[in-house]
Design a protein around this ligand. Sequence first.
Ligand SMILES: N[C@@H](CCC(=O)N[C@@H](CS)C(=O)NCC(=O)O)C(=O)O
Length: 191
Amino acid sequence: MPGSCSRVTLIALEECGLNYEDRRVALLGGAQQRPEYRAINWKGKVPALVVEGVVVTESPVILTYLARRQPGAGLLPATVGEAAALEGLSDLMWCSGTLHPSMTQLEVTAQVISTRLHGGGWWYGHRWSIVDAYVAWCLAVAAQVDFPIHAHPVLQDHRRRTEARPSFRSMQVRERAAIERDQLQVPSWYT
Ligand SMILES: N[C@@H](CCC(=O)N[C@@H](CS)C(=O)NCC(=O)O)C(=O)O
């Protein structure tokens, strides 16, 4: 699904220089709920990687597998000893278990609030309430942490460098091909 977290797996495959076949899962069309996809990943989530007939799911597991399969690709820092090697897995778990859901939650919550306030009303319609003050404060805080990335030169530079890597471009070529080939619907923020 172009723009989804499966692009991290695409980038990893590109960095490893592995041959692979990409298959679309049109999330906006609900393809992840269909029996055909549930037979691959019962959780109805992307990414899923099929390796020699075995389905591997959960980004940290897929990425750890690829890092171990192709150590020279540098997906994770080289380490000595089993305990040190777990640092990469720990960081990937944090990305998947903490960072990713908090980003997704912010997006989903903003949409819920927009729907509720649709038409320029208050939380309860025509009548202002203290709920509006609370929601407005939360949104002001969210605006501060909503990655105005231009205000963070280090993050902006990190993003620029990440997107300048050939693997990012190759991943985009794959995603765009899938969009065109399958007339995929993508979110308005998709780039
Ligand atoms: N824990 C999973 C999460 C994967 C996940 O949340 N994927 C999203 C796309 S970014 C998805 O498939 N969403 C479809 C849905 O929830 O219906 C992982 O780390 O791979």
